[in-house]
Design a protein around this ligand. Structure first.
Ligand code: UT7
Length: 349
C-alpha cells in the first residue's frame, strides 16, 4: 500500500492587520490582557466584501498546487475544512471547485472546527492509501471576522480569532522513508455546547434550560433564526474558555504521544511539532509537558491569532518556508477544539 506525502503546501493571509490596540476601539479590552492570556499581538481580517473563506482557500490552493508541480486540472478530490463557510450550504468545496475551474471531481466538506484540517488530512490519506485518488487538495480556511461579537459582551471569543487559509496537495509515494506515518482522530461530544455556535440550527428548544433562545411561542418558520436570537447575540459563537483550556492541555499531549508511540518514537525524536494555534499558553504547556525545546515547536499565533481549521496548514507552511522543516524530519501535527474533537498526524517530511 502506498503512503501519502505532502507534495505541495501553500498559505494565504489577508493584507489587513488588526492589532490588539485596534480592538480596543470596539470593546473593553487591552493589549496587555490579550498578550498575557493568549500571546496574540495581531491577527488578519479578510476584506469585508471581496474575500471569503473560499477565495482565501483558493489563494492557498493555487500555491500548493504550483509547488506540487501540477495544475488544478490534475486534482482528483477536494477536502475542505472550515467552520465559517461562505454559505450554510452548499459547502466551500464545490465553491473552490468552481472558482478553480476544476473537473467534476468529488468535493467533501469537513466540519471539525480547530481539528478540521488534521481530520481532512486523515480522510485524504485514506483515499491515497486505498489507491482511489492520486492528487488530493486539502484546504483549511476561515473568515472569522464576519461572525464575531465585537462588543464587550463577546470579547473573550472575538480577540482570539483571525482569518486565513492553508492548503496541501497529497500524493502517493512508494518511498518508505517519507510521508504520513499515521493519523489519530478522537471526539467526546459530552461538552459539545461549551464551545459552539448554536444558531442558526435545528436544535429548537433543546438548550432552553441554559437560557438560550426559548421557542415556546415561536411561529412556524421562526425557529431557525429569530429576532430574539439576534437581539440576544445568540448568533455568535459561545465559549467557556477556562473549561476548553483545561481539556486542551490534557488531550494535546495525549494525542501527540499516541502518534509517537504508534510509530515507536518519543518526543525527543521530533524535529517539529505543529500544534493548532489555539492559545500560546496551551502550546507552551504542551511543550513543557513533553519536554520539548523551543526549536521543536512552531508557533505563529502571535501574528495571526487562532485561525481554526487554517492554523495547522498556515503554521506548517511557514515553518517549512523558514527552513525549520527539512527533508527527512519527523513532524507532528496536532489539534484540539470544539466538539470536542482532537487529532494528530505524524509524518516524515
Ligand atoms: O481553538 C479553539 C479552542 N479554544 C481554546 O483553546 C481556548 C481555550 N481558552 C483560552 O484560551 C482562555 O480561556 C481564554 C483566553 C479564552 C480566556 O482566558 P482566561 O484566563 O481563561 O480568562 P477568563 O475567561 O477566565 O476571564 C477572566 C477575566 C474575566 O473577568 P472577571 O470575571 O475576572 O472580572 C473576563 O470577563 O477576563 C475577562 N475577559 C477579558 N478582559 C479583557 C475576558 N475576555 C477579555 C478580554 N479583555 N478580551
Amino acid at each position: 500500500m502506498p503512503r501519502s506525502k505532502i507534495a505541495g503546501i501553500g498559505m494565504y493571509v489577508p493584507a489587513n492587520v488588526v492589532t490588539n490596540q485596534d480592538l480596543t476601539r470596539y470593546m473593553d479590552t487591552s493589549d496587555e490582557w490579550i498578550q498575557e492570556r493568549t500571546g496574540i499581538q495581531q491577527r488578519r481580517y479578510a476584506h469585508r466584501t471581496e474575500e471569503t473563506t473560499t477565495t482565501m482557500g483558493v489563494e492557498a490552493a493555487r500555491i500548493a498546487i504550483e509547488r506540487a508541480g501540477i495544475t488544478a486540472n490534475d486534482i482528483d478530490f477536494i477536502v475542505f475544512a472550515t467552520l465559517s463557510p461562505d454559505y450554510y450550504f452548499p459547502g466551500c468545496g464545490v465553491l473552490l471547485q468552481r472558482a478553480m475551474k476544476m473537473k467534476e471531481i468529488g468535493a467533501l466538506d469537513v466540519r471539525n472546527q480547530c481539528s478540521g484540517f488534521v481530520y481532512a488530512l486523515s480522510v485524504a490519506d485514506q483515499f491515497i492509501r486505498s489507491g482511489m485518488y492520486k492528487n488530493i487538495l486539502v484546504v483549511g480556511s476561515e473568515k472569522h471576522s464576519f461572525g464575531l461579537d465585537f462588543s464587550t459582551r463577546g470579547r473573550n471569543v472575538s480577540v482570539i480569532f483571525g482569518d486565513g487559509a492553508g492548503a496541501v496537495v497529497l500524493q502517493p509515494t512508494e518511498d518508505t522513508n517519507r510521508g504520513i506515518l499515521s493519523t489519530h482522530l478522537h471526539s467526546d461530544g459530552e461538552a459539545a455546547e461549551i464551545l459552539a455556535m448554536y444558531n442558526p440550527g435545528t436544535h429548537a428548544n433543546h438548550w432552553a434550560d441554559k437560557n438560550y433562545a426559548s421557542f415556546a411561542d415561536a411561529e412556524i418558520g421562526e425557529m431557525f433564526m429569530s429576532h430574539e436570537m439576534i437581539d440576544n447575540a445568540q448568533n455568535f459563537p459561545f465559549m467557556d474558555g477556562p473549561s476548553v483550556f483545561k481539556k486542551a492541555v490534557v488531550k494535546f499531549p495525549e494525542v501527540i504521544v499516541e502518534a509517537l508511540q504508534k510509530n515507536g518514537y518519543q518526543p525527543s525524536d521530533l524535529q517539529m511539532l505543529i500544534p493548532h494555534q489555539a492559545n500560546l499558553r496551551i502550546s507552551q504547556f504542551v511543550q513543557q509537558k513533553l519536554g520539548l525545546r523551543d526549536d521543536q515547536v512552531y508557533n505563529n499565533i502571535q501574528r495571526y491569532g487562532n485561525t481554526t481549521a487554517a492554523s495547522v496548514p498556515i503554521a506548517l507552511c511557514e515553518a517549512w518556508q523558514e527552513g525549520r522543516i527539512k527533508e527527512g524530519d519527523l513532524v507532528c501535527l496536532a489539534a484540539f477544539g470544539s466538539g470536542f474533537t482532537w487529532a494528530s498526524a505524524l509524518l516524515r517530511w
